[in-house]
Write a protein that binds this ligand. Structure first.
Ligand code: 5GP
Ligand code: ZN
Length: 124
């Protein structure tokens, strides 16, 4: 099986932080400065396929990644999350957490954040 993210783990060149069960690296097509992905070392398709240890490893690593991004880029906010399934927007079928730094003024109206991934979201 050829998986781009498994290959990143094998290559080991672009990893910015890691622990026993998870690794972090910058997104190739960042939606903002510092956009980072965190993946389990084990190939599983989605967030819901992770075991408890892997969940812990990924969430612990996200705290480390946040410190790195805060120091390097000083973002004003973050969006953190997983796309699950093609209809949930997932394109790479190796589970990954997005850590997306947000910057004051990068969206006209940031209110709602990830709620806006579905079009026609009503004002709330
Ligand atoms: P998804 O849409 O599956 O939630 O996110 C996949 C992410 O992986 C996208 O943000 C995309 O830019 C990123 N990506 C796709 N291929 C590569 C790659 O080969 N290297 C890296 N670093 N990121 C990738
Ligand atoms: Zn994989």
């Amino acid at each position: 099986m050829d998986c781009v993210f498994c290959n990143i783990i094998k290559d080991n060149k672009v990893i910015i932080a890691e622990n026993e069960l998870a690794v972090a690296f910058y997104d190739n097509f960042p939606v903002s400065k510092g956009h980072t992905l965190i993946i389990p070392r084990r190939h599983v398709e989605t967030y819901f396929d992770l075991n408890e240890e892997e969940m812990k490893a990924i969430f612990n690593l996200s705290q480390e990644v946040k410190k790195i991004l805060a120091k390097l880029y000083k973002p004003d906010g973050y969006n953190v999350g997983f796309n699950v399934g093609v209809d949930g927007g997932q394109t790479v079928m190796h589970c990954h957490m997005h850590v997306i730094p947000r910057y004051h003024g990068d969206a006209l109206n940031p209110r709602g954040g990830i709620r806006k991934v579905v079009k026609n979201e009503k004002k709330y």
